[in-house]
Design a protein around this ligand. Structure first.
Ligand SMILES: NC(=O)c1ccc[n+]([C@@H]2O[C@H](COP(=O)([O-])OP(=O)(O)OC[C@H]3O[C@@H](n4cnc5c(N)ncnc54)[C@H](O)[C@@H]3O)[C@@H](O)[C@H]2O)c1
Length: 263
């Protein structure tokens, strides 16, 4: 494998027979890639959700066409809304006859110096990124506990939960919160056989990110990576699959960095 020009890795049936639920999976980034990867890894059915209705429909169709899998379902869900979260988990439990794997991918960022930050911008980023992950995790844990046959939750954090970057105090605080939530919830979930881990990407480049990130900043961030490039979104999805699969059975409460960043 050429680290500068990686080739797409074929599926290895890591999720054979499991069912999967993924939030924020209708974009061009990690969420959709994780959904495709989960199907390629043999999952028996998948529910994807997103806040964006039009793109969600396209994503369901796209996944069916790309993979040939018919067991793909979609439901609109804004993870910042408790009723949406409860409805999504009930829908997925019904369609999939039980969710084995939840991937909490939803996260939101903007760029703003702290001194210029108004409360609504701060709260929105925290509410989607941290509170949304908490809402999904809390409700899914309850359902998995009551069902009594285990389960796995994979959260999407960010290296900014560990590292500083200008104009990212809200997003970094939220992602540090996702990491802490992962560790604490995992301790409680272990009591009923549920594992919770997180992946922590540094930079995963995709068309929507390229559109929203100034060229100079993107080049600076890519320059900080030891490989001189950001990750392909499927390279992050691959780590999610490891965390979702039984290969990581002795791993819980861990944050796995997906980064080639120099310290
Ligand atoms: N791309 C990166 O470089 C990078 C780096 C570190 C962490 N992350 C994290 O990875 C996750 C995925 O990001 P991505 O850049 O790969 O894009 P993505 O395509 O996986 O996710 C974007 C999607 O999120 C949806 N979304 C936005 N707000 C939502 C809400 N309130 N409820 C439900 N869905 C919502 C959008 O409609 C969009 O379709 C995020 O949590 C992000 O913080 C990304």
């Amino acid at each position: 494998m050429d680290i500068h020009n990686p080739t797409y890795v074929p599926g290895h049936k890591l999720l054979d027979g499991k069912s999967v639920l993924i939030t924020a999976a209708a974009g061009a980034g990690i969420g959709y890639s994780a959904a495709k990867r989960a199907i390629e890894e043999g999952c028996r059915g998948i529910v994807i959700s997103d806040i964006h209705e039009g793109r969600l429909e396209q994503a369901v169709t796209g996944l069916k066409e790309e993979t040939g899998c018919e067991e793909v379902y979609g439901l609109i869900c804004n993870v910042a809304v408790e009723d949406d979260v409860q409805a999504l988990i009930a829908f997925a439990e019904d369609k999939l006859q039980g969710v084995d794997v939840l991937i909490n991918n939803a996260g939101l960022g903007t760029s703003k110096n702290l001194v210029d930050m108004e409360d609504p911008e701060w709260f929105k980023v925290i509410d989607v990124t941290l509170n949304g992950t908490m809402r999904m995790t809390r409700h899914m844990m309850k359902v998995m506990r009551d069902r009594g046959n285990g389960g796995v939750i994979v959260n999407n954090a960010s290296v900014l939960g560990w590292r500083a970057q200008r104009e990212q105090s809200h997003y970094a605080a939220a992602k540090a919160g996702v990491m802490a939530l992962t560790r604490c919830a995992a301790l409680e979930a272990a009591e009923f056989g549920v594992r919770i881990n997180a992946v922590s990407p540094s930079l995963a480049v995709h068309p929507m990110l390229k559109k929203s990130c100034p060229e100079e900043l993107l080049a600076e961030l890519e320059g900080k990576e030891a490989y001189g490039r950001g990750a392909e979104v499927w390279e992050v999805a691959n780590i999610m699959m490891f965390l979702a699969s039984d290969y990581s059975s002795y791993l819980t409460g861990e944050i796995i960095s997906c980064s080639s960043q120099r310290s």
